[in-house]
Design a protein around this ligand. Structure first.
Ligand code: NAD
Length: 378
């Protein structure tokens, strides 16, 4: 496994002349924010299903950034992407050569879309190449890894965000507005779940790659929604969290398939002020729903977590949220590009990804200890 501590200058840069050039470039990257009208360059790290099916089309829509490079294990695939998106072959990197991004001023941001276990390695490499990073969810497979990623980004004065696309989706913005204690009063009871069936042996059911089962992959959406709905400050604090959790793993119907990850899990989140959340996730069922109830009304999402076409109702009818953008991902990526351009903190910073890992570790611990109540300490 690749070490999570920052590489030394020697191992990272190889030669001292490169090191000097890198330091000069690093200074330029972090000191001078680009002019607002300039489109930033993004490199996608990992060209699998999500990168191909969602992020690539989104990057044809973004207004503040564009795809200018890729990091892939397949040079052939990389050249095809270069052709399709009109960037030079020299902007195709392998995972082993991504440190050379430091020499490429056309790339400002690396978007890490590899399997979960590789997020730390790739995020840290990008940070040490002086690039801002969007990393897919879950940020990493442990809080310790999240800490290392945050430290690397801090050390290199680059921003880190997590691919939490729903944070920017208009219905979830409305959920956050209502959470401030608007028309319905503060939400007190939160329920929901996300589940689908996996039958093929993929990295998502391998603990060493995925970090866990459906909780890591899709249950995390319920954690996100619950924190949005319970945060009555409306400030979407990156470290806003439940005070405690309790969890029970589902008995395995296919123990041979789900060897070292949970097949499903139910958990309870207890927030300050008596707000509760009850959620379920599984790789052996079908479920996609989130509901937030307050004294004077409710809001329900079903489906709740899809890329588009969320169905949302409230006790007062359909919420008025304005136009639904055609790509959640384009909005999310553009927001981060603007944060970089304007020198602002992302509303979805790495700290939020770390918070969710603290919650997930507490949920797993509770499940391992027969549902014992575990306090959450961010
Ligand atoms: P995928 O398996 O389709 O793609 C993973 C990519 O990583 C592939 O191109 C693969 O070649 C590459 N890779 C590099 N090293 C690898 C290795 N050692 N083993 C396996 N693959 C390796 O996965 P995906 O569905 O695209 O998911 C990638 C990431 O994106 C995950 O972290 C996932 O949680 C996240 N994701 C997020 C969303 C969202 O809505 N935000 C949706 C889907 C996936």
């Amino acid at each position: 496994m690749t070490p999570l501590h920052p590489p030394t200058r020697r191992t990272f840069l190889g030669t001292s002349s490169l090191a000097a050039a890198a330091l000069a470039l690093r200074g330029r990257v972090s000191a001078a924010e680009p002019a607002p009208e300039r489109k930033l360059g993004i490199a996608l790290c990992g060209l699998g299903n999500y990168a191909t099916g969602q992020l690539a089309p989104a990057l044809r829509r973004t207004r503040h950034c564009e795809l200018r490079g890729v990091i892939t294990g397949s040079p052939e695939k990389g050249r095809k992407w270069a052709q399709d998106f009109g960037f030079p072959d020299s902007h195709v990197y392998s995972y082993a050569t991504m440190s050379r991004l430091i020499d490429n001023p056309a790339i400002d941001i690396v978007y890490v879309v590899t399997p979960n276990s590789l997020h730390p390695e790739h995020t840290i490499a990008a940070a040490w190449a002086g690039k801002h990073v969007i990393c897919e969810k879950p940020l990493a497979n442990s809080v310790a890894e999240c800490n290392a990623m945050l430290a690397a980004c801090r050390a290199n004065r680059v921003k880190l965000s997590v691919g939490y696309r729903l944070q920017f989706e208009p219905h979830y913005r409305e959920l956050k507005r209502l959470a401030r204690g608007g028309e319905f009063g503060p939400f007190g009871k939160l329920t929901g779940g996300l589940a689908f069936t996996i039958n093929r042996r993929v990295w998502r059911v391998e603990k060493n790659m995925a970090g866990g089962g459906p909780l890591m992959d899709i249950g995390i959406y319920c954690i996100q929604a619950a924190c949005m709905a319970a945060d009555t400050s409306g400030a979407n604090h990156a470290t806003f969290a439940p005070v405690a959790v309790q969890a029970r793993e589902h008995p395995k119907k296919r123990p041979d398939f789900f060897r070292d990850v949970e097949e499903g899990i139910d958990w309870r989140m207890e927030f300050a002020g008596g707000v509760t959340g009850e959620f379920s996730t599984s790789y052996n069922a079908g479920l996609d729903r989130f509901r937030a109830e307050a004294a004077n009304g409710w809001m329900e999402f079903a489906p709740a977590f899809q890329y588009g076409d969320l169905r949302v109702t409230t006790s007062r009818g359909a919420p008025v949220v304005g136009e639904i953008p055609p790509s959640q991902q384009a909005v999310q990526i553009d927001d981060f590009a603007r944060c970089v351009k304007e020198g602002r903190e992302s509303p979805v910073p790495g700290e939020m990804g770390r918070r969710d890992m603290v919650i997930i570790e507490a949920i797993y611990r509770s499940a391992a200890e027969n549902g014992r109540r575990i306090e959450v300490r961010i």
